[in-house]
Design a protein around this ligand. Structure first.
Ligand code: NAI
Length: 371
């Protein structure tokens, strides 16, 4: 068992000031470490935290690594407080104390892909991990307010596992399904980067909406929504689509057995985290975001306006990556119109394949035993 971090976690926030707490589960991993660094070094600036004290509570089962990462980060002179939590830690360093009072839980915990593996190959291991963590979230967080950002793969199947587990644990309907967001931001960033490179525009990267899911053919970059792509041939756009869909494989191959995307993921995860944190800290209105979300409550009713309309267009799937409007209460609107603007190829070639694959991925998550 590692030494507990210094008991006076001098970086803990003062009780008297307003505070904002992020629990990062899987903080010692390939994504968790750079994400922790970005949070510790940048988040207070990115959200204009003012008097609000930000607290990053890091948890990982790799206790020794986590304690070392905490000691390292704790030497950075920013006002973001950091604390370390691990199995076998005392009460102040337990998973419960990590989650207690968290406004936002960010989860990259679990196994990453190695060459030759698909995201689906990770399912059995990672579904058990996120199911167990979701039970802890239900036990220690306020399900009526907490936001959960899930990075662990396969996102397409694990978001249903997390949503169902939290629903099973809630004592009364809390609307938690409106606040579980599967992080698909890396797909949009890759689409933006690859299109910018193709157009020779490396200063003002275009924003490319990406819908569907976060795995292979379920990733549907909507290049038709980008004027920058107008002049590209169909063949070039098809190549860009392929590259976005297989962007993760490019990195897995290049790292040759030493992991999957971590740095670009930390960058995208941080951007999304900062966006959601800013909204939660300042409470100054809704924001536009994009994520893989549940479209229905446990009783089958739509989570928000636009959900029913999207299901009429996505073959009735109950989970989908889509532009959303997000408030502190969670998803306020599903911006389903994006599907109406798809061009002929996106609508008739890419969307049907996306739906076919995504249906199976969702089924896998929905069938997973919660007991
Ligand atoms: P990694 O293996 O480097 O780190 C995972 C960390 O999770 C390890 O430190 C491990 O000790 C920890 N962990 C395992 N079980 C845990 C538990 N029960 N509680 C807390 N921590 C636990 O993997 P990496 O590269 O950080 O990737 C993490 C996940 O993110 C993978 O599933 C990967 O496929 C996924 N990913 C998702 C992306 C996305 O766009 N959503 C992009 C890239 C990766």
């Amino acid at each position: 068992m590692p030494h507990s971090p210094h008991p006076n976690i001098m970086t803990m926030p003062s009780e008297s000031l307003p505070s904002f707490k992020i629990a990062l589960l899987g903080a010692a991993g390939g994504i968790g470490q750079p994400l922790s660094l970005l949070i510790k070094s940048q988040l207070h600036l990115a959200v204009s935290a003012g008097a609000t004290r930000i607290h990053l509570a890091m948890y990982d089962v790799a206790a020794e690594t986590l304690v070392g990462v905490h000691a390292d980060l704790a030497h950075i002179d920013t006002p973001v407080a950091v604390s370390a939590h691990f199995p076998g830690g005392d009460a102040a360093h337990s998973l419960g104390s990590c989650l207690q009072g968290a406004d936002l839980v960010l989860c990259p915990a679990g196994m990453a892909r190695r060459p030759g593996m698909t995201r689906a190959d990770l399912f059995a291991t990672n579904a058990s991990i996120v199911r167990s963590l979701a039970r802890d979230i239900a036990m220690h967080c306020d399900l009526a307010t907490v936001h959960v950002l899930l990075i662990s793969n396969p996102v397409n199947s694990l978001v249903p596992v997390v949503v169902r587990t939290l629903q099973q644990c809630e004592l009364q309907p809390s609307g938690i399904e409106k606040r579980v967001l599967g992080v698909t931001a890396l797909d949009a960033t890759r689409a933006s980067t690859f299109l910018g490179e193709e157009c020779g525009n490396l200063h003002d990267f275009p924003r490319v909406p990406v819908i569907g899911g976060h795995s292979g053919a379920t990733i549907l970059p909507v290049f038709s929504q980008c004027p920058q792509a107008d002049d590209l041939s169909q063949q070039t756009v098809a190549k860009l689509v392929q590259r976005v869909q297989n962007g993760g494989d490019e990195v897995v191959k290049a790292k040759n057995g030493k992991g999957s995307a971590t740095l670009a993921m930390a960058h995208c995860g941080f951007r999304m985290l900062a966006q959601v944190s800013r909204m939660l800290i300042h409470r100054d209105g809704d924001i536009a975001a994009s994520a893989y979300v549940a479209l229905t409550h446990a009783d089958g009713t739509p989570v928000a306006p636009g959900a029913q309309e999207l299901m009429a267009r996505n073959g009735g799937l109950h989970y989908f990556a889509v532009p959303i409007t997000l408030s502190p209460q969670g998803v306020e609107e599903i911006r389903y119109r994006i599907v109406d603007y798809l061009n002929y190829n996106e609508l008739n070639e890419l969307l049907p394949v996306c739906i076919e694959h995504l249906r199976k991925d969702i089924e896998l998550g929905v069938q997973f035993q919660l007991e």
